[in-house]
Design a protein around this ligand. Structure first.
Ligand code: ADP
Length: 484
């Protein structure tokens, strides 16, 4: 079959710049598609100090696109960088993108985000025929690039250079919709005729995510479970009715992880390598991390861990409420997270009380995250909702047993040990309550202590699971073809 040319337009991509799962996906899926024989590249804003700070130095391409926006003509030079076999095109606009954070200070957002990301989308459209005149698919992600399919349909529809390009829009998290004051409509030159409740209007405001849902040729989200959930009022974040209208073009394709980056046999960040047939390395990783962080390291007691955004979605409050009881029992816990300062404050003060039982690192730290996955026995994900979740996939690959709420992608990717002793890969519970979470962690700890063989078998099943991108990249490839 003929290879396709697919251009990803996104606001973050590992290894250049990442704040969460979106970055992991954009860092891995294009490579998986390239490995299948397609041509796939990524368009990203040039967050200069963050990307250079991570050791990446792109080269100018000589291409410079012009965009009229917010009352002025802006010239946007395009830079190129190859990393892990994928071409990243970086769109320079230093006053908008060369900032300390991607989206805003912790817990906040930059006031000009609508301008930043609309400019990026317009520049991406302008650059497309110059970089990839034969592009088949432009694949957009989350609210930051949701406006692109709408601009393609409205402002570029009758221009021959863009006529054959189809758009795909992926919702990675419905909770972040990009809702802004309607004054931005004219400032950004967005189509006035789309500003109505069946278009991009949302209770008098502009909703960027609605633009992607409305205008893209195909719509996806990151697990089959979440694709069903977002059509219901409980999980629909007030867009369930609108999504139901467009449900004919919606499908769920579960995320994978980059199994070269997340591989305990080769991971350069961890102390000793290991695999499912040889778990001595995992014990050594655990001992080393416990020593480094000065926490209790009794091998008879499992090490609990979480690596997460500190957000209500992630159920951090359930962890905070459980910690005093875990401390009474002497169960050690390591938490790496950044986000809501109120959660960080509570975790810091708990950790100050019992430093040998709770180590909390506030911030985003890729290397430490690898070490925690390798050291952990039990990985905590008490999410209120979870579109896919990558933490549990990484944890299983590193032999940490996930304890997670049965929602979205978590229930699609974890088999509850209490339902199947022979296929279980973790523990799931239903109610978003302190008791349900505490009791499930207790059940996991009890299995760890009383049935080490069953525990090791479960670790092996998780570590051998195919969590690569291969099957999902094939599903995307099939979806792209249906559009052409
Ligand atoms: P989300 O995208 O909602 O934050 P996911 O589970 O899909 O959640 O993906 C989270 C990704 O971000 C994982 O790769 C996880 O290891 C990583 N991550 C989250 N918080 C941190 C942190 N503070 N430091 C390093 N990595 C983190």
């Amino acid at each position: 079959m003929d290879p396709l040319t697919i251009v990803f337009v996104a606001s973050e991509a590992a290894p250049l710049v990442k704040t969460g799962g979106l970055g992991d996906v954009i860092g891995a899926l294009p490579r998986a598609l390239s490995n299948m024989g397609h041509r796939a590249c990524v368009f990203l804003p040039y967050y200069r100090r963050i990307i250079n700070g991570a050791g990446f130095h792109p080269q100018a391409t000589g291409i410079d696109v012009s965009v009229w926006i917010d009352g002025s003509m802006r010239h946007v030079p395009v830079h190129l960088l190859k990393a892990r076999g994928v071409e990243f095109f970086l769109f320079e606009q230093d006053d908008l993108f060369d900032r300390p954070e991607l989206y805003g200070p912790p817990g906040g957002a930059y006031a000009d985000n609508p301008l930043r990301y609309t400019l990026f989308c317009r520049a991406a459209i302008e650059a497309l025929p110059r970089l990839y005149p034969d592009a088949d698919i432009v694949h957009c992600h989350d609210w930051q690039t949701a406006i692109l399919p709408l601009l393609l349909k409205h402002s570029y529809a009758d221009r021959s250079e863009w006529r054959n390009v189809k758009s795909v829009y992926t919702i990675h998290n419905l909770a972040y919709q990009g809702i802004f004051d309607p004054a931005w409509l004219s400032r950004l030159g967005l189509p006035q005729e789309a500003f109505h409740p069946d278009g991009i209007e949302f209770f008098g405001m502009i909703n960027f995510m609605k633009a992607g849902i409305l205008a893209a040729d195909a719509l996806t989200t990151v697990s089959a479970g979440y694709a069903e959930e977002i059509l219901t009022p409980e999980y629909g974040c007030r867009l369930d009715g609108f999504l139901r209208k467009h449900a004919h073009k919606l499908r769920g394709i579960v995320n994978g992880i980059d199994t070269e980056v997340w591989n305990p046999r080769t991971d350069p960040a961890i102390a000793v390598h290991y695999g499912p047939g040889d778990l001595a390395g995992k014990r050594a990783c655990r001992a080393q991390l416990c020593e480094q962080l000065a926490i209790e390291a009794d091998p008879d007691v499992p090490l609990l861990a979480a690596v997460s955004r500190l957000a209500e979605q992630k159920g951090i409050d359930f962890i905070i409420n459980a910690l005093p009881r875990w401390m009474e029992k002497g169960w050690p816990c390591v938490i790496l997270g950044s986000g809501d300062p109120a959660y960080a404050h509570m975790l810091r003060s708990l950790s100050r009380k019992r430093p040998r039982l709770l180590y909390f690192h506030e911030g985003f730290d890729e290397t430490l995250s690898h070490r925690i996955y390798a050291a952990a026995d039990i990985f905590l994900m008490p999410s209120r909702f979870e579109p896919c979740g990558l933490g549990q996939l990484i944890a299983m690959r590193y032999g940490a047993i996930p304890v997670a709420r049965a929602t979205g992608g978590l229930k699609d990717t974890i088999v509850d040990y209490r339902i199947s002793k022979t296929q279980g890969t973790g523990f799931l519970y239903r109610d978003p309550s302190d008791d349900a979470f505490f009791n499930t962690v207790e059940a996991a700890v009890s299995l760890y202590r009383s049935r080490p063989l069953a525990w090791r078998r479960m670790m092996g099943r998780g570590m051998r699971l195919d969590v690569s991108w291969q099957a999902s990249a094939r599903a995307y490839s099939e979806l792209y073809r249906t559009l052409l």
